[in-house]
Write a protein that binds this ligand. Structure first.
Ligand code: IMP
Ligand code: MG
Length: 429
């Protein structure tokens, strides 16, 4: 049994970390964020009610868990108070007993948001002021939350602000079970991602130590969350991308179509997209993933770019994070695909590359080499155990294990907490 578990994005964020953390939180004592800010959007669905968290750790929906926002996070005070109040209005308990914010976390100020909107359009950031706030931190002119409170006498935030380094080390000493909640994903990491198309923090497991003030030996198990396909919001390379960004920008969103069309009109449209996808039209394959998977940003609402699973990328993520196992999410989205592809290599400059590179100028010219796996028609949403999955779905999971080189411990087949299949308990609490 694992004691502490880190949940890290193995792709470009939006892998379903919030759902996996909420699922595991039942048996944990503490959930701690160590990087990023309210650029994150962690979606949790329990009993048909959806909650999107941006800053508050995904343990908050469980009673009597301690949620920590570590020093490595950048905090927008207004957004944090807004999120606390929204949760409270839904009847969720949020008090200084179950939420602590590091006094050393840096503050996102109005000027940071303004600068992000004006200067970072080429990266396609979430425009939440994340990059400029981290820039000021590294340049040693930032404002820590403790100082922000002292200057602004913010009485709403004050009771939550603590020395979280002491707190978390004390909790570890007391043998409490900690879940480390990564935000964004490995390929968006400032050091190990597709620079410069990255976020400004350490999204990999290494960020846990600096972002919370604990030693590496105390992390325990690292589980990488990977979607059964790939998505990316914002700019930068995506070797397995299906369709062009231009095609995607011209399409109506899931929400618009749902409100514009009758129920029958909507299913007719979905059938025609599926037909084109199964005839091999790449844009339609990407669109089908986007529609079936509801791939629209939970923070910004932007449509996500979609592509096939990239085994090279996730294998690289497994390496830089020391991942012990994978939680594979959104497998249900493939139902109805006649053929599913996995990227097993890149064609570059007349040769085949078998390992991932974060060099953007190389990556831009890489063409994926695919292996095809037959799909399945059945819906997976109400399946209760791995054994009961269609044979081809099991084959897909097994092939991912072989290609990435580590086991899959969880398969997620829907947004609900209950739609989660456990394959290997030994990696979990
Ligand atoms: P920033 O983090 O707002 O500076 O944005 C930098 C890049 O990371 C952009 O491509 C964003 O779309 C992307 N990004 C930031 N946070 C997330 C996230 O939580 N999920 C997915 N992409 C993200
Ligand atoms: Mg997200």
């Amino acid at each position: 049994m694992a004691k502490n578990i880190a949940i890290i994005g193995a792709q470009f964020g939006d892998e379903g970390k919030g759902k996996i953390i909420d699922f595991l939180a039942e048996k944990a004592d503490v959930v701690a964020r160590f990087n990023g800010g309210n650029n994150a959007g962690h979606t949790i669905k329990v009993n048909n009610e959806t909650t999107i968290l941006h800053l508050i750790p995904s343990g908050i929906l469980h009673k009597s868990k301690i949620n920590i926002i570590g020093n490595g996070v950048v905090v927008d005070p207004k957004e944090l108070i807004g999120e606390i109040e929204k949760l409270k209005s839904k009847g969720v308990e949020v008090t200084p007993h179950n939420l602590a914010v590091s006094e050393n976390a840096h503050t996102i100020l109005e000027k940071h948001i303004k600068e992000d909107k004006e200067k970072n359009v080429h990266i396609g950031t979430t425009a939440r002021g994340i990059g400029p706030a981290y820039t000021d931190k590294v340049a040693r002119r930032g404002l820590r939350i403790a100082d922000y409170i002292a200057r602004n006498n913010d009485n709403k935030l004050k009771p939550f602000v603590k020395n979280t380094t002491l707190l978390i080390n004390d909790l570890i000493n007391k043998n409490k079970k900690i879940l480390f909640e990564g935000a964004q994903g490995t390929l968006l990491d400032i050091d190990h991602g597709t620079y410069p198309y990255v976020t400004s923090s350490s999204a990999i497991a290494g960020g846990i130590c600096t972002g919370l003030g604990i030693g590496p030996s105390r992390i325990g198990m690292v589980i990488g969350v990977a979607k059964a396909y790939t998505t990316r919001v914002g700019n930068g390379p995506l070797p397995t991308e299906l369709g062009t960004e231009q095609e995607m920008k011209e399409e109506k969103s899931y929400k618009e179509l749902k409100s514009d069309l009758s129920e029958e009109g909507f299913s007719k449209l979905m059938r025609s997209i599926a037909k084109k996808a199964n005839e091999g039209n790449e844009y339609s394959q990407g669109r089908l993933l986007r529609m079936n998977g509801v791939e629209y940003g939970s923070t910004t609402g932007r449509p996500r770019r979609t592509g096939w699973f990239d085994a090279l990328m996730v294998k690289y993520a497994a390496m830089v994070n020391g991942m012990g196992a994978i939680a594979l999410t959104k497998l249900d989205v493939f139902s109805g695909f006649e053929k599913i592809r996995i990227c097993v290599g890149y064609k570059y400059d007349g040769r085949i590359i078998k390992s991932f590179t974060t060099n953007v100028s190389i990556l831009d010219k890489c063409e994926p080499v695919y292996e095809d796996i037959p799909g399945w028609k059945e819906s997976l949403n109400s399946i209760k155990e791995f054994k009961a999955l269609p044979e081809n779905a099991k084959r897909y999971v097994k092939r991912i294990e072989e290609l990435v080189g580590i086991p899959v411990c969880i398969v997620s087949i829907g947004a609900e907490r209950s739609q989660t299949l456990i394959l290997r308990k030994e990696f979990l609490f």
